[in-house]
Design a protein around this ligand. Sequence first.
Ligand SMILES: [Zn+2]
Length: 101
Amino acid sequence: MDSYVELFRAGNALEANALKGLLEQQGVPVRLLGEALGGAAGELPVDSQQIRLLVQQCQLSSAQQVLTQYQQNLAPWQCVCGEQNDGHFEVCWRCGSEPQA
Ligand SMILES: [Zn+2]
């Protein structure tokens, strides 16, 4: 049996579900902990601010890659031309260059 390990703590349900959707697209099953308060009383910490994403241990490395990509996609990046681009732009909106890794 595969045990679930913590991958990430999301700050809110929106983020948790966005990431869960991405992971499941990649074939990584996800469990959310902390979302359904009242379901498993006693198990959950009181802070409902954070939602823990759990993945199977054997999927952890691929899940981490998805997570890294997700975080990079959110981060703004600066183009060689000096333009600051939002994370969801794959190329610079101004000059069309791709971000330099
Ligand atoms: Zn540019």
